[in-house]
Design a binder for this molecule. Structure first.
Ligand SMILES: *Cc1c(COP(=O)(O)O)cnc(C)c1O
Length: 227
């Protein structure tokens, strides 16, 4: 039987191999375990195997797991679409948000971030393929949004997140990630805190790492398929 610990070490090996191919240091790539729909017991197993960063998409589900796992020093990342009337619990209960794509949401997160907590780490979600169905700011909107978010007191702008159009063609995956990388490097030259490029999932990990990803978000590869 393969355990979560086995799957995690396989994932770490794959990250190390993908990094080696392009001459990168694997320690520059953080593994975010995406645990949506998976029970708290599986997250606990992953934690016991050394995993610290967990990503959740659905607020209510995430809050329930956080209560069950309150004894663990987990860093929680919110990576799902954000409804603007649900920002307060996100501002209160997460350390990172990857899916900020409009100023209204950013302002609310900043206003609602409790004063006793460190600023909320934020990645802007960019919609690189401009698919109408996907959330994310367009590449054109991202820089202006970054400038506005940079002024908000309780947010710390860390970088970009992207979910490219699904394709199995590695060349097409890289082409999309390359566009995000270009935007990332432009932002980096303008904002000193920018250090996070959140891209790469179970099906496009190699391409993302080849294009400078610093945080890969793996669900299926660690926890198995979702229903
Ligand atoms: C579900 C999800 C993932 C993980 O996807 P897998 O294909 O299971 O690795 C990563 N990022 C986001 C934003 C997700 O919603």
């Amino acid at each position: 039987m393969t355990t979560i610990a086995d799957q995690l070490s396989l994932a770490q090996e794959q990250i190390a191999q993908s990094a080696a191919v392009v001459g990168r240091n694997p320690s520059d790539i953080t593994l975010l375990a995406v645990s949506k729909t998976k029970p708290a017991a599986m997250l606990r197993d992953a934690y016991q195997a050394g995993q610290r960063h967990f990503g959740e998409n659905y607020l209510q589900e995430a809050l329930e797991k956080q209560q069950e796992l309150a004894d663990l020093a987990i860093t929680w990342h919110f990576i799902g679409p954000i409804q603007s009337n649900k920002t307060r619990p996100i501002a209160q209960h997460f350390q990172w948000v990857h899916s900020v794509d409009r100023l209204k949401v950013a302002r609310r997160l900043s206003e609602q971030r409790p004063a006793e907590l460190a600023p909320l780490n934020v990645c802007l979600q960019v919609n690189i393929s401009d698919e109408a169905s996907k959330s994310g700011a367009s590449a054109d909107e991202v820089k202006q949004l970054a400038r506005e978010i940079d002024r908000l007191d309780n947010l710390r702008l860390r970088g970009l997140m992207a979910i490219p159009m699904a394709t199995r063609d590695p060349g097409a995956q890289r082409a999309q990630f390359a566009k995000v990388k270009k935007l990332f490097n432009e932002l980096k030259s303008e904002f000193s805190d920018i250090d996070t490029l959140s891209m790469g999932m179970s099906g496009d990990l190699d391409a993302a790492i080849a294009e400078q990803s610093t945080m890969v978000r793996l669900g299926t590869a660690i926890f198995g398929a979702r229903k």
